[in-house]
Design a protein around this ligand. Structure first.
Ligand SMILES: Cc1cc2nc3c(=O)[nH]c(=O)nc-3n(C[C@H](O)[C@H](O)[C@H](O)COP(=O)(O)OP(=O)(O)OC[C@H]3O[C@@H](n4cnc5c(N)ncnc54)[C@H](O)[C@@H]3O)c2cc1C
Length: 328
């Protein structure tokens, strides 16, 4: 496969769509988790929230991103800084952006990379990645400092990337110190399933470099595979006699989930790390590899290879409005 269709979707639109698919009242907002604990011998886990509330849970699925409290409790190492940073924003053109094609454009500089893609007919998403610099410590505090740093990074780049940065409102800016967590295959077997009836999905489990554009996609894949494993286990979470036996079945189910995700996640995490270092590499060696080997030989099939994955079907409750399975 050597063609790739990229589509851009705003985070809020994705979250609203996912939330709408759940029954009313399923989500409790503004619930910041501060700690998690479990009494020896108890099949229940207790979650302590910042507002002082606590929740007793039979099953916990941590999906709170790269700084996950649940991941720490499970015993995973803190995600490691990669030494690279990313700027992102959304340019808005109230009259429409008529001349920009519906495709991802990437521009490479010396140790800096920028890209953009239309998100709607009035919005263009852009990003910049480069090495971490000492002055980046101040960048994330203030949107205008961030805008200046982004413009400085692409100073020698052709337009329209600079114009997009200028046309982005400050509330769309973000700056990320890129972090990743690498597992060796044998570590994955021990740790990725979680601890007891507590497991992880998405960046909480496997934060990766953004260079394959697969982080959020893989979080959704995790959710589909985990839902399938839970559904196949025939465990009734409403069971009031929840005990050791149910917890053991859940552990077995999380083990199957981790096994199913292992090679895909390890491949993407390693693949994204390699792609990022070659594409943003500044040393003469990496530039040589990039110009003579990566761009002409590898890059056309590399990202499509990782993007072209089918994680299977999502079991849904059968209602007149839904079919039995939904394909992601
Ligand atoms: C520059 C850049 C570009 C990227 N480009 C792409 C791309 O093109 N395609 C792609 O698929 N992915 C991309 N990604 C990766 C993607 O953003 C992440 O992989 C994805 O957001 C992970 O989703 P998540 O739900 O696991 O975690 P997050 O999106 O981090 O969501 C975690 C949620 O948990 C909440 N939370 C955090 N702590 C707590 C707490 N203590 N208690 C309660 N809630 C908490 C947060 O508020 C947030 O709502 C990119 C990332 C970066 C940095």
């Amino acid at each position: 496969m050597n063609c790739l269709e990229s589509r851009c979707i705003e985070r809020s639109a994705l979250l609203e769509t996912l939330a709408k698919a759940l029954p009313d009242g399923s989500i409790r907002f503004n619930s910041k988790l501060v700690s998690i604990h479990k009494k020896a011998g108890s099949p229940f886990t207790t979650l302590e929230l910042a507002d002082g509330a606590s929740i007793t849970a039979k099953i916990v699925i941590g999906c709170e991103g790269v700084h996950s409290v649940v991941a720490r409790w499970i015993g995973l190492e803190t995600a490691k800084p990669s030494g690279r940073v990313a700027f992102r924003g959304m340019a808005t053109f109230p009259e429409g952006h008529h001349t920009i094609e519906e495709k991802m454009v990437i521009i490479m500089g010396k140790g800096v990379r920028a890209g953009f893609i239309p998100c709607t007919d009035k919005q263009i998403y852009w990003f910049i990645t480069r090495k971490l610099q000492p002055e980046d410590a101040d960048v994330s505090c203030d949107p205008e400092t961030l805008r200046c740093a982004a413009l400085e990074a692409v100073r020698d780049f052709p337009e329209p990337i600079g114009e997009f940065i200028k046309c982005s409102s400050a509330d769309t800016f973000s700056f990320a110190d890129l972090k990743m967590r690498w597992f060796w295959p044998w570590e994955w077997d021990k740790k990725a399933k979680g601890r007891g009836s507590v497991t992880l999905v998405g960046d909480a489990l496997h934060p990766m470099m953004p260079d394959l554009g697969q982080g959020a996609c893989s979080a959704l894949e995790d959710a589909v595979v985990l839902a399938r494993c839970l559904s196949a286990s025939n465990i009734n979470a409403e069971d009031i006699n929840w005990g050791e036996e149910e917890e053991r079945k859940i552990e077995e189910c999380f083990k199957k989930y981790a096994e199913a995700r292992k090679w895909r996640v390890l491949g993407m995490t390693g693949g994204a790390f390699l792609a990022g270092n070659v594409m943003d590499g500044y040393s003469s060696f990496l530039r040589l590899v990039r110009e003579w080997f990566w761009l002409p030989v590898i890059s056309m099939s590399y990202i499509p290879y990782f993007a072209a994955s089918d994680c299977g079907t999502l079991p849904l409750q059968s209602t007149p409005a839904h079919s039995h399975a939904h394909k992601l």
